[in-house]
Design a protein around this ligand. Structure first.
Ligand SMILES: *Cc1c(COP(=O)(O)O)cnc(C)c1O
Length: 406
């Protein structure tokens, strides 16, 4: 038998301080040193095996980081107080004033606003481009480019990035490829496809209970340590550290991630196929009609399906709003932003999570008024969900294009 150290999520097993099956929660902001010399060394950067102060690291945060590193197949991972805390730390760690970023144009609204507006203060310029066209990405590279940024499956249009091709390009130009994998944990493993840094908003699928915000950066030991550096680490100095109690709670929720992802995907695939057949414009990476379907098939772990997000176009914003209100009333889920909850969540991205993106640009990206983004829940009887959704639509006079001829 081979007892080699394993980096497999399934093999993670902890012993608590008192032999408990869960590790003890670290409940301290600061840590004692037995010798003053060790404290000095720790501040000099030799922090190996030592806890100093909980903004730097804590046992609970390290446990969660270890699980996330196993999830993504990276050397290690740091955890943050939010997804944005993780994203902003990575950007500031990689880019200095006056430098340049290449980013997909279809990304989370907050990330877009940060790059487009906030980074102006630092004279960091971002080119927002179509990440699915490698030639366009390469043409955007300048000597000042310090990062290529995209989402594995993008928010809210579910565009699929060809991570292998992007990684090859990034490597050729010696620019780090950073992938936000919030929409596709387990389904896509960006680091295994060549990405240098993988980011998560743990707020979504990984925690899965919609009770907190949190984030993670998965990468090499060198990079993750640089983020924690007491003199120059963006994570350490910007201070978006995750609380230990929350880290312990997320670690426990993460144990069912694989089961949940399969169910989210199964339910989303079912509804996507049904509504497409009914003649609606449905965007779901698991449909042959989706532009990213073949890239997704090439790079995904098929066991986990195509993810829990889909968009459905019901024609007008009025229809979208009326349908969402009625679905909530019929207990099909919540009119709420975010994703990865056990109940279905729905929102109209144009007026909510992507409202940071100007209307003109929304149109260009294909973000139409009647678009509803669904994060499909863990419904046990998804056929019943479909039937109820259909009756809500019928009540409001919302029809797919082929509905009459069928
Ligand atoms: C929600 C989200 C974020 C931001 O994460 P927070 O935890 O809300 O800070 C970043 N990227 C994607 C793709 C998201 O969905």
């Amino acid at each position: 038998m081979d007892f080699k150290a394993s980096n497999n999520l399934q093999d993670l097993q902890y012993f608590g301080e008192y032999g408990g099956v869960n590790p003890s929660v670290s409940d301290s902001s600061t840590y004692t040193f037995l010798s003053a010399k060790t404290m000095f060394d720790t501040f000099e950067g030799n922090t190996e095996g030592c806890y100093l102060y909980s903004r730097h690291s804590s046992p609970s945060n390290l446990y969660l980081g270890e699980a996330l590193a196993a999830l993504e197949g990276t050397e290690t991972a740091n955890v943050y107080a939010s997804g944005m805390g993780a994203i902003t730390s990575v950007v500031f760690q990689l880019c200095d004033a006056g430098e340049h970023i290449i980013s997909s144009r279809t990304i989370y609204g907050g990330t877009y606003a940060f790059m487009k507006n906030f980074l102006k203060k630092f004279d960091i310029d971002t080119s927002f481009i179509d990440i699915t066209d490698i030639e366009i990405v390469e043409a955007a590279i300048t000597p000042k480019t310090k990062m290529i940024y995209c989402e594995g499956v993008s928010n809210p249009l579910l565009e699929v990035a060809d991570i292998e091709a992007l990684a090859k390009l990034a490597k050729k130009h010696k620019i780090p490829l950073v992938v936000d994998n919030t929409f596709s944990p387990l389904t896509i493993a960006p680091a295994k496809l060549g990405a240098n840094v993988v980011i998560h908003s743990l707020t979504k699928f990984i925690n899965g209970t919609s009770d907190c915000v949190a984030g993670a950066v998965c990468g090499t030991t060198d990079f993750c340590l640089s983020l924690k550096d007491v003199n120059n680490g963006a994570g350490m100095l910007l201070g978006s550290t995750l609380d230990s109690l929350r880290a312990a709670s997320i670690l426990k929720n993460m144990r069912t991630l694989h089961i949940r992802m399969k169910k989210h995907s199964e339910n989303a695939q079912y509804l996507a196929e049904k509504f497409e057949k009914d003649g609606f414009r449905v965007v779901y990476p698991g449909l042959a009609s989706h532009s990213g379907n073949s890239v997704m098939k090439k790079q995904m772990n098929p066991e986990y399906g195509f993810g829990g997000l889909l968009t459905l176009d019901v024609g007008t914003l009025d229809h979208a709003n009326a349908l969402m209100e009625l679905m909530q009333e019929k207990k099909l889920g919540y009119l709420a932003v975010s994703l990865g909850f056990y109940k279905t969540l729905f929102s109209a991205p144009g007026t909510s999570t992507s409202s940071e993106i100007p209307e003109e640009e929304q149109k260009e990206m294909g973000l139409s008024d009647g678009l509803i983004r669904f994060s499909i829940g863990l419904d046990n009887d998804i056929q019943r969900t479909y039937d109820t959704m259909k009756s809500c639509m019928a009540y409001l006079g919302i029809q797919g294009k082929k509905a009459i001829s069928v």
